[in-house]
Design a protein around this ligand. Sequence first.
Ligand code: GLU
Length: 294
Amino acid sequence: MARNRYRSGRMAATVTRFAPSPTGLLHLGHAHAALAAWRAGDRCLLRIEDIDATRCRPEYTAAIFEDLTWLGLAWDAPPRRQSAHMAEYRQALDRLAGRGLLYPCFCTRAEIAQETAAASQAPHIPPMGPDGPLYPGTCRRLAPAARAARLARGDAYALRLDMTAALAAAPTELSFHEAGEGRLRCDPAQFGDVVLARKDVPASYHLCVTHDDALQGVTLVTRGTDLKPATHLHRLLQALLGWPEPAYAHHPLLTDAAGRRLAKRDGAPSLRSLREAGRSPAEIRALAGFPDPG
Ligand code: GLU
């Protein structure tokens, strides 16, 4: 397939990206996401989101290159591997910290659950955000001396965004442009004091993805609709860090016959196994919802 058969034909260059995490082999859901990005963009970039060394494996990164090439998709610049850019994410965190918008959080998951339970009435229903239960703010309230002592002792910590302070520092009305829907108003507060640097990885998905979309000049973010809520937070980070605002196009997720989202753990066949079973790239593109034009 000639790549430009998927181009949109618009005059202004639209820069999209496909940003898989190499935690397993790609399946049809990934093919759908990749083809959606390639179809929407005049230029399409490839980004390997591999900051989590415990879950990502180099052989899966190699398989991504192999599968996309086999599908007939060529990317427009050398692929960016996030794990090679940790110092850049650190700089972005330092900018937020310098404005007093971050604080270290020493809590374990168990402590957070305990604290949340203690603070709420039975029956216990923790307030939920898009990434899980909302953080109750324990470490935000730590006295400066206690915080300094724990830092001096070398206790492991995550960095959380002080959401109240961040909202006060950002424009009051944030919104994003969603393809087919127009302008949607953002509600970043739904994330609470979200983690921007993890204890085990000194960065986070939200930070890296907004940093890289800005750095790589992405003008249209195409990704699965499961990540649409994250856009509310990404717009806040863009506003705080002075990064440009891309447009967004969240696509539905491919589902199996039972209506479940395709996932490796539920046995979704990998592109590699489909290839080995004799399927052609054209068949895979059609199965992924993008039959070749004409
Ligand atoms: N790395 C994410 C994933 O594999 C996608 C991130 C994005 O497109 O914003 O689900």
